[in-house]
Design a protein around this ligand. Structure first.
Ligand code: ZN
Ligand code: ZN
Length: 354
């Protein structure tokens, strides 16, 4: 495979570049745009790899608010090409990743240190031009340097990994406890690995696709079960019927949320990580939450976790993932592959390739 991290090979762009822009529901186009120049506080980045994520698919279907016309791509690894005069600690040629979310700084949440709950959250690749382009500009403060030589295809996963690190902060897994992870897509796999690194005892993965179950074992699950065959019975048997101390819904649906409640031990903590369709409602008995003293937690994006995600990248075993890559010009195929939800754990665009 060609080494796409060889940034010395990057050809300079001239005055225009190609970018994949969202123009409204169902309307994604490859546009020719002016190459952006960094402001004094900004850097220009040449994205090498950019993940296509569920959020991008939601944006395209009009299910997630974005600001058209906007270049999508919020999971980005690339090379710094130009540095604004006020930016410190970054130099041309640095391999970097971008933390895409920015906050207003003056609302009550921002002023209580909970910026990720800011109602004026704005993200590169959603509201401001992102990484599905031959170049992007971002403020130096959202840029994180990567270990040099790191494969950009793995490095752009720092963004979803940072979200998983926040989930683990919320969950606070205790050493030796039992963990059920529902879903073994990229997020389920990352959370499985993080639970293992956090000292979990028994980890069971629940996943209908056989290929993904095999990968879950490589990421640290002790067992991987098929929910269509076993329901919650098999995973529960693994805990002698006690249920799990920590349950993660890495799918996001009414059915998996109900499964998570069913599989929880007394005193368990349940993490709602997967993004359910907004109108979905689940059936839960409040008595269950009361009598079994369950804690149900949400986890939203990545407050103060991108730095730690960058340091965790080398320990995650991400090279075991099946990653499908497409040149920028084949963005339609990439989106189709992402939405089809096949065997690949991740679909990415390589913006420097056409
Ligand atoms: Zn994403
Ligand atoms: Zn705010």
């Amino acid at each position: 495979m060609t080494d796409i991290t060889m940034h010395s090979e990057l050809r300079s762009l001239g005055s225009t570049m190609k970018a994949v822009r969202f123009h409204g529901c169902g309307n994604l186009r490859l546009d020719e745009l002016a190459v952006p120049d960094p402001q004094p506080n900004e850097v220009r980045v040449r994205p090498l790899a950019a993940g296509v994520c569920g959020t991008d698919a939601h944006i395209l279907r009009g299910e997630f608010p974005a600001t058209p016309p906007v270049v999508l791509g919020h999971e980005v690894a690339g090379v710094v090409e130009a540095v604004g005069t006020e930016v410190k600690g970054l130099a041309e040629g640095d391999l970097i990743t971008v933390q895409p979310n920015t906050y207003c700084g003056v609302c009550r949440y921002c002023r209580m240190g909970r910026e990720h709950l800011c109602p004026d959250l704005r993200a590169y690749g959603v509201h401001m031009n992102g990484g599905f382009a031959q170049a992007m500009v971002v403020p130096g403060r959202v840029v994180y340097r990567l270990p040099s030589g790191m494969d950009a295809r793995l490095a752009c996963l720092a963004e979803p990994l940072a979200c998983c690190v926040h989930g683990m902060d919320r969950l606070a897994v205790r050493s030796g406890s039992t963990v059920l992870v529902i879903g073994a897509g990229l997020i389920g796999l990352m959370l499985t690995r993080l639970a293992r690194l956090a000292g979990a005892g028994l980890i069971v993965a629940s996943e209908p696709q056989e290929l993904r179950r095999a990968v879950a074992l490589e990421f640290g699950a002790d067992r991987a079960v098929d929910p269509n065959q076993e329901g919650t019975k098999e995973p529960l048997a693994a805990t002698q019927g006690q249920g799990f101390d920590f349950v993660i819904d890495a799918v996001g649906s009414a059915a998996t949320f109900e499964q998570a409640i069913d599989a929880a031990a007394r005193g368990a903590t349940i993490l709602v990580f997967g993004v359910a369709p907004m109108p979905a409602t689940a059936s839960v008995r409040p008595y269950d939450i009361y009598a079994r003293e369950l804690a149900v937690l949400g986890s939203f994006i990545n407050p103060y976790t991108h730095e730690r995600a960058v340091h965790l990248l080398p320990q995650m075993g991400l090279e075991k993932l099946r990653i499908e890559t497409y040149p920028l010009g084949e963005f339609r195929k990439a989106f189709e592959a992402q939405m089809a939800g096949g065997a690949a754990a991740k679909v990415e665009l390589l913006p420097q390739l056409m």
